[in-house]
Design a protein around this ligand. Structure first.
Ligand code: ADP
Length: 194
């Protein structure tokens, strides 16, 4: 198995690039944001609890997202690998993920970190809010709160994987195709050395 974390702040293009990467490399896409929005649209108790936090731009509790990822890993035993998008977002989540993967005799192959300036992020998210139907994209103060959460809780996740020499930084500004091609080169490089 070859497992990838697509890492970066809100609005850095993880969703867009994930769609292209899963198709090219035959991976299973696991986006905690998508899983949570599916719980919200089905009006489950978990979804209702998550919605109030997501609407404020705050992270949902680690146990909730780790539980969702645990179930998704168990539900997909035959895949070539997973592409994690929006997860892990805290050190506790990265430690939990490493343990879950170890139980399946696998690990993270590479962390691809998309680098985008803060002003560009806000611009992209407000623009996405015009059409996405996502309430957390329409309000600039919620967008800024998500970026603060990212800086305070999520940037450390890259340090966690950097100790194992697994992080590659990729410029997340430029055309979608150009960024995609840089991501593909890094994946091919890493796949060839395992
Ligand atoms: P974005 O990356 O644009 O913020 P996501 O769809 O990844 O969008 O996440 C939307 C919201 O869902 C986050 O602001 C957060 O409230 C919640 N969320 C998603 N993934 C996680 C996670 N791994 N841990 C905690 N909260 C999460």
């Amino acid at each position: 198995m070859f497992n990838i974390i697509l890492f970066g702040p809100p609005g850095s293009g993880k969703g867009t690039q994930s769609e292209k990467l899963i198709e090219t490399f035959g991976l299973k896409h696991l986006s905690t944001g998508d899983l949570l929005r599916s719980e919200i649209s089905r009006e489950t108790p978990l979804g209702m609890e998550a919605k109030s936090l997501m609407d404020k731009g705050q992270l949902v509790p680690d146990e909730v997202v780790v539980g969702m990822i645990h179930s998704a890993l168990d539900a997909n035993p035959e895949v070539k690998g997973f592409l994690f998008d929006g997860f892990p977002r805290t050190t506790a989540q990265s430690e939990a993920l490493d343990k879950l993967l170890k139980l399946k005799n696998t690990a993270i192959g590479v962390v691809l970190a998309l680098d985008v300036s803060e002003e560009e992020l806000v611009k992209r998210l407000l623009n996405r809010g015009l059409t996405s139907g996502r309430s957390d994209d329409t309000n600039e103060s919620v967008i800024r709160a998500r970026i603060v959460e990212y800086k305070e809780k999520t940037t450390v996740v890259a340090n966690h994987y950097a100790q194992f020499d697994k992080v590659v930084n990729i410029k997340g500004e430029g055309s979608v195709e150009e960024i995609f091609s840089n991501l593909c080169s890094e994946i091919n490089n890493r796949m060839s050395i395992i």
